[in-house]
Design a protein around this ligand. Structure first.
Ligand code: PAF
Length: 276
């Protein structure tokens, strides 16, 4: 594996390159993204991963400073996962001191997490566009846990004519249903015990929908009751939306999704489920 810290050293290649952008603190979810990238790259292709904790997507006073940065472990993780190129730039390599251009998506970003994290997706789009320019991948893999992020990246690729295939990867879960996330390590033991309530609430919503309930408010109320059973969970949002537009629905449609964000203390966890 080649580790690159500067843009100038990124090799130009004729091989099919598939990128896995990350912020590090790698876990089983990332391993699956890398596996999917390897499959998409094919035998002759190469897998690139990036590790960069992007300040632009954190709120002032958010967890940017304390975001975990286990550099040596992450590098070893990538090596043993079969990554060919690891790009891990420093802040000044990615952003000039007088950096003054950003990319803003103005529709999907206003929904769900966009309401409670203003500027977050602007930061994500900007850094992902920069990673695309630097690493010039043919395809890039993003997790479906961050469903809104995936939808916004697809929109950016479409609207800005990036010639890059965006591959969505199914959410990887712990044995109790909690979606794998770098932020799970912030949870105290009691919070960790209660955190599977996100998945349980979504599953309950999906269950009543599959049983014939069509009213979004009834489905949301059912899911909410599950969250309310967990004393440490503080709901940020719980919505039933159209999976393409991310706009709230009153009645379940063929392409519906329940998405939620829940705080445990300062830790904000997200998850979602598609309704069939
Ligand atoms: O999902 C993430 O880890 C980040 O938002 C991403 C896509 C690497 C951009 O910083």
């Amino acid at each position: 594996m080649e580790t690159l810290r500067t843009i100038a050293r990124v090799p130009i290649t004729v091989k099919r390159r598939v990128l896995v952008p990350t912020m590090g603190a790698l876990h089983r979810g990332h391993l699956e993204l890398i596996r999917i990238a390897r499959e998409a790259a094919g035998k002759e292709g190469e897998v690139a991963a990036s590790i960069f904790v992007n300040p632009l997507q954190f709120a002032p006073g958010g967890d940017y400073e304390k975001y975990p940065r286990p550099e040596t472990d992450d590098e070893e993780f990538c090596r043993s996962a079969g990554v060919d190129i690891l790009f891990r730039p420093s802040l000044d390599v990615m952003y000039a001191a007088d950096f003054s251009i950003a990319i803003e998506e103005n529709s999907l970003s206003t929904a769900l997490c966009g309401k409670s994290r203003p500027g977050h997706f602007r930061g994500v789009c900007t850094v992902v566009a920069k990673l695309f320019h630097v690493l010039v991948p043919d395809a890039a893999v993003f997790g479906e846990k961050d469903f809104q992020q995936l939808a916004i990246i697809r929109r950016m690729v479409r609207d800005l004519n990036f010639q890059i295939e965006i591959i969505g990867a199914p959410t990887v879960r712990e044995s109790d249903g909690l979606a794998c996330s770098s932020r799970n390590q912030y949870l105290s033991a009691t919070e960790r015990q209660q955190a599977p309530v996100l998945r349980a609430a979504l599953a309950e919503g999906a269950r009543v929908a599959a049983g014939g309930e069509r009213s979004a408010s009834a489905i949301i109320a059912t899911a909410r009751k599950v969250i309310d059973m967990s004393p440490l969970a503080r709901l940020d949002y719980l919505e039933l939306v159209n999976a393409d537009t991310l706009q709230p629905l009153e009645i379940v449609q063929p392409n519906s999704l329940i998405a939620l964000a829940v705080f445990f203390g300062q830790t904000r966890l997200i998850d979602n489920i598609r309704l069939s």
